[in-house]
Each structure stands twice: as structure tokens, then as C-alpha cells.
Write a protein of this length. Structure first.
Lengths: 293, 155
């Protein structure tokens, strides 16, 4: 039987359809991943619930201490937003997603809910301590991104829920962020994707209060390299310490082998990219400290 | 089945299609606009690139129902009064095609790029075409044609 397409005009209506159809239906955001899964018959829902007409979910709002990003905001919008650029490394990651055509239609909500290993946005969102807003007919709950991803292609979003917004807390002045991606071809998913955020301690001595390292493509879910972060927090970032932290981050990865790269290679790339990302973020932080950026 | 009203190459067209039909299928099968090519069907190759409100999209991953109220432009919409447009003529002049299968998609991606950024540098051209693969002649002639078009100031 032909697949049914429901096109609700409001969040309430969309949530009613979610409740009514449960696992028989899948929400469709930008469709850039889901329509490929349908074509390859990897999923076969009877019904698609199209979220495009939910006007509240499009676009981003700057708030006092955060940016609130509607789930249907396109990657193109993220990549070209001055507000997002301040939330480094998210803006950099947005420019690395897929290709131009995919960025034009793909959305932040679809990107995180699809939860494909190697997706570019999750490492940055993790490093920014982003929070997902999930809604159902029964209410709203907020889930830190660190608790959002469950396993390959699985998240905590329930069959009656929708991801409605992603809230990205603002970074303190002087903070720096970098996203680095390793892939064979630019439109591929990341073999390894590394987001680093550095927060200076504010004493002007070049020490960092906090180091945050988000990793993608190198474990069943994107995650924060917590041990590597702890190894660097509170110190001035010396080359040797950065190398050691990169080594620790590499040992925290649990990569798999697939046709794009072996587990061993991915682990090595984590080491290389974490080091490079910290060095680049440190230089960015120093430029900001000197009032040059 | 659903009745769709689509704006294609400046013309309003009514057509029946499956509710969750893809734009690629509606263009090729429904409207017989076969300039838009069926390639990988998984949003990698860009042979099916068309413009949706001026933006390059891969029509193999676009629901046709979502295109109502938006302007769709296919490669058939580029020529003017039966003549190839400037960009198309420059593709010929610079040997920017061999088998030609990727060409409609390349033309549409380049058109979107030049509308947004009439003077792209080489790096910007490469990013603009990052969703389009050519598997025979290579990219040099394509980049040259687009650069020539940008220098002529017309797209």
C-alpha cells in the first residue's frame, strides 16, 4: 500500500498524530537521511508526519544566555548565522555537513534524531552543553545532549514525542571553539569528527578553566572525552599535555570497522584530530585574549 | 493519490501523484521532464539537482508535496527562446561534459551558486558543486566554464 503523508499545521496537531499512530508513523524533518532510508527499505513506516508546516520550529532566536534553535532550522541557516558563529564550533560543523544541496534542506532536528555515527553537529552540540526540548501530548521535557543519544540510530525520543528545539548556552567571553572533520570526500560522514571548546580561567595567565571535547564517528554514539578533558582542566595548555590528552581521548573511543575505515584507523585519527583541534582552539583563544578576534 | 499543483519552469501544472512521491519521480515520470537525471537516488551524486525557490536540492530526497507554492526550475527551464543560455554555451565551449549525465545537475548547482554569489572564486565554486559528482571528464572544464560565466557577469 502507498505510504500516507500527513502534513499538520501546528505542533499540537503533529503531537496528536504522533500519539495516534505511534510506531506506525515517522516524523520527517528535512528528509535528507530519512528518504534515503525509505528508498533503501531500511525503514518502512506506513505514515510520514511532515513537520515542515510547523512554523514555530523554523529559525533560531537569540536569548539572554543561549541560542534557541528550532528543530526544523536548516543546516544552511546554521552555517550562515552570525549568532551560531559565536557558538563556535557549531557554525564550523554546519559548513561540513553533507553537500550544499543537503545543507539547504537538512535540519538540526533531523541531524540529531537520525543519530548516524559520523554526523557533524552532535560533537559540537555536546561540547556546547546543548539541551534538547522534547514535547508530547503529556508535556515537555528537557534532555541534555549528553543523555540524548542511546545507540546507533537510536535516541531517547519516544514514539509519541517530537524534538522541538535545541538550546545552546552562550559561551563566556574569551572562549574558543573548533570543529575538525576527517572524511575521504567532503560530503561523506566523518570517519572521525572532533569538537573542542576551551574556556579560559579569566586570570590572564593563559590557563583554561574548562576543556570540552566532543567526538563523533568513533563510538556507537557521539560522546564527550571526559578523561581527556579532566587531564587538561585548570592548566596552561603545554604541547606535551595536549599530546597526552589526545592519547587519552583516543583510548576513550570505541570505534567500529566499516567500509570507510577500520576501528584502529579511527582511533588513530581521534588522536591526531584532538591534538590539532586543541592547538587551533588555543591559538584562537590567545588571539581573543589579545583583543585580535 | 494526491492532486498537486506545482510551479515548474514558470508554468503552473496540476498532476496526480502518490502522497509521498518524490519530486524526481514526479518530474521524470509524471511530467516527462527527463532532463533531470536519475542517478544514485541516495543524495550523493547530484544528477537529479533542481532549483527549489532558487536553492539547489537533490530531487531524489524531496517530497513532491512539499514543493507546492514553491518555484521549481529544471534544466529545461534554463534555455531562453529555444537557445542555450550563457552558462550552457560556456559548458560547450570549455568541454565541461563528456557523457553528459551529470551535466543537468552541474548546470543547476552552478546556476544556484551564481545567483547567490555572482563572482565566486574557485574555492567557492568547488563548495557550490560539492553535491555533484562527475565520473568521466573531470571537473576542470566545469570549473572553467563557471568561472568564465562569472567573469562575463551573466548566469
Amino acid at each position: 500500500m502507498d505510504r500516507k503523508l500527513i502534513r499538520p499545521d501546528s505542533i499540537d496537531e503533529a503531537l496528536s498524530e504522533r500519539q495516534k499512530y505511534g510506531l506506525d508513523a515517522m516524523p520527517i524533518a528535512g528528509g535528507q537521511s530519512l528518504l534515503v532510508l525509505l528508498r533503501n527499505k531500511l525503514v518502512d513506516p506506513k505514515i510520514l508526519i511532515d513537520l515542515e508546516r510547523l512554523a514555530e520550529l523554523h529559525g533560531l532566536q537569540r536569548q539572554a544566555n543561549a541560542i534557541s534553535i528550532g528543530a526544523m532550522t536548516t543546516i544552511f541557516t546554521l552555517a550562515s548565522s552570525a549568532d551560531v558563529e559565536k557558538a563556535a564550533p557549531l557554525g564550523q560543523a554546519a559548513t561540513k555537513v553533507g553537500s550544499t544541496a543537503i545543507r539547504n534542506l537538512g535540519t538540526i532536528g533531523g541531524n540529531v534524531c537520525h543519530n548516524e555515527p559520523g554526523a557533524d553537529l552532535p560533537p559540537s552540540l555536546l561540547a556546547l552543553n546543548a539541551v534538547a526540548e522534547l514535547r508530547s501530548k503529556n508535556g515537555t521535557r528537557k534532555v541534555p545532549l549528553g543523555e540524548f543519544f542511546r545507540s546507533y540510530f537510536e535516541t531517547v525520543v519516544g514514539p509519541e514525542e517530537l524534538l522541538t528545539r535545541v538550546e545552546v548556552p552562550a559561551l563566556p567571553n574569551g572562549a574558543a571553539g573548533v570543529y575538525l572533520k576527517h572524511a575521504i570526500s567532503s560530503e561523506d560522514l566523518a570517519i572521525a569528527g572532533v569538537a573542542v571548546v576551551l574556556i579560559p580561567d579569566g586570570n590572564g595567565g593563559g590557563a583554561v578553566r574548562e576543556v570540552r571535547i566532543g567526538l563523533g564517528g568513533v563510538a556507537p554514539v557521539p560522546f564527550r572525552a571526559a578523561k581527556a578533558e579532566r587531564a587538561l582542566a585548570g592548566a596552561v595548555l603545554k604541547d606535551e599535555a595536549i599530546r597526552e590528552a589526545a592519547e587519552i581521548a583516543s583510548s576513550e573511543a570505541e570505534p567500529m570497522t566499516d567500509p570507510h575505515a577500520s576501528a584502529d584507523y579511527r582511533r588513530k585519527m581521534v588522536k591526531v584530530l584532538v591534538r590539532r583541534a586543541i592547538v587551533a582552539a588555543k591559538e584562537q583563544m590567545e588571539r581573543k585574549g589579545n583583543g585580535q578576534a | 493519490m494526491a492532486k498537486l499543483k506545482l510551479q515548474v519552469n514558470g508554468e503552473e501544472i496540476g498532476i496526480e501523484a502518490k502522497e509521498a512521491a518524490l519530486l524526481l519521480d514526479v518530474l521524470r515520470e509524471g511530467l516527462e521532464l527527463t532532463g533531470t537525471k536519475r542517478g544514485c537516488e541516495t543524495s550523493h551524486c547530484g544528477a537529479c539537482t533542481v532549483l527549489l525557490d532558487g536553492m539547489a536540492v537533490h530531487s531524489c530526497v524531496v517530497l513532491a508535496a512539499r514543493c507546492e507554492g514553491k518555484e521549481i526550475t529544471t534544466v529545461e527551464g534554463l534555455s531562453q527562446n529555444g537557445e542555450l543560455n550563457e552558462l550552457q554555451r560556456l559548458f560547450l565551449k570549455h568541454g565541461a561534459l563528456q557523457c553528459g549525465y551529470c551535466t543537468p545537475g552541474m548546470l543547476m548547482a552552478a546556476t544556484a551558486l551564481l545567483r547567490r554569489n555572482p563572482r565566486p572564486d574557485l574555492e567557492e565554486i568547488k563548495i557550490g558543486l560539492d553535491g555533484n559528482l562527475c565520473r568521466c571528464t573531470g571537473y576542470t572544464g566545469i570549473f572553467e566554464a563557471i568561472q568564465a560565466c562569472a567573469q562575463g557577469g551573466r548566469s
